[in-house]
Ligand binder design. Structure first.
Ligand SMILES: NC(=O)C1=CN([C@@H]2O[C@H](COP(=O)(O)OP(=O)(O)OC[C@H]3O[C@@H](n4cnc5c(N)ncnc54)[C@H](O)[C@@H]3O)[C@@H](O)[C@H]2O)C=CC1
Ligand SMILES: O=C(O)C1=N[C@H](C(=O)O)C[C@H](O)C1
Length: 233
């Protein structure tokens, strides 16, 4: 498979290493908006760039009829616009806040736990995410997905990085050098606490998941999620 990397930073380089191991070819590496996006030999584009570039990158791939997956976080207020754009072009698009297989299992556990916690009184919910100091966005896309899942199943209405109101989930975003990504969801009561936690030991899991998603999406049409790739639900 011929892959275009839209973003060639920490994740672009990790994806390249895994793609080469799996006998794919990198045909294009883009590091800024002014480069020539020549998709002529591309089977799939993989966008891991920066929040302000993701939408333009995804649209460029869709304009060229190239299936595109994006792991870039911090642009999700435009997700519906991009999804509509993909449908209007009869294209192929997949976004995941986290491509790691472990985190996608963690998402399912988070959903189930939130459904259980909705049946009992007296607990408040908080989320902690820890990432390296180079991360541009806060909270992480993964923490937002976790919060949205909890909101769907419980009394909570929104999330906040600030002091929370009663109907808000507090997300604490910590930045510590070199941490690839840690997420913890905790339910606290006067009596006890229940926590679930995922710790990434490197970027390998994110990169492997992205390559697996790219292989899966290559010949499909439509807008997909990692649940489709992993055949969950
Ligand atoms: N969904 C997931 O599983 C994961 C998502 N991420 C997200 O992926 C994104 C990238 O993360 P990193 O690689 O760690 O960041 P990074 O800062 O190492 O790399 C971003 C790269 O994008 C390049 N860039 C800037 N403007 C661009 C443009 N217009 N088009 C293409 N590239 C451009 C920069 O030169 C830089 O090399 C972030 O939003 C991060 O939150 C990171 C890890 C996992
Ligand atoms: O920026 C990162 O590094 C990561 N970003 C993603 C996010 O915002 O959730 C996924 C992962 O945690 C690493």
């Amino acid at each position: 498979m011929n892959i275009a990397l839209l973003g060639y930073g920490r994740m672009g380089k990790s994806i390249e290493a895994i793609a080469l191991e799996r006998n794919h070819t990198i045909v294009l590496k883009i590091s800024n908006a002014t480069e020539d996006f020549d998709f002529s030999n591309t089977d799939v584009a993989i966008d891991f760039s920066i929040p302000t570039a993701a939408v333009a990158n995804i649209k460029k791939a869709l304009d060229s009829g190239v299936p595109v997956i994006s792991g870039t976080t911090g642009w999700l207020d435009q997700y519906n616009e991009v999804s509509d754009y993909c449908h209007s072009k009869n294209g192929t698009f997949l976004y995941a806040s986290n491509f790691s297989l472990g985190v996608n299992i963690f998402f399912e556990i988070n959903k189930k736990l939130s459904q259980l916690m909705a049946t009992v009184d007296g607990y408040s919910t908080e989320i902690e995410e820890i990432h390296h100091t180079k991360k541009l966005d806060a909270p992480s896309g993964t923490a937002i997905t976790l919060a949205e899942q909890i909101i769907e199943n419980t009394r909570y209405k929104w999330w906040t990085l600030e002091q929370p109101f009663a109907d808000e989930i507090h997300i604490e975003a910590k930045r510590i050098p070199e941490v690839p990504g840690t997420h913890k969801v905790t339910y606290n009561s006067d009596i006890d606490s229940i926590s679930i936690k995922h710790t990434a030991h490197s970027r390998q899991g994110f990169a492997m998941g992205a390559v697996i998603a790219a292989e899966w999406i290559k010949d499909k049409k439509g807008v997909f999620t990692m649940r489709d790739v992993l055949n969950i639900g």
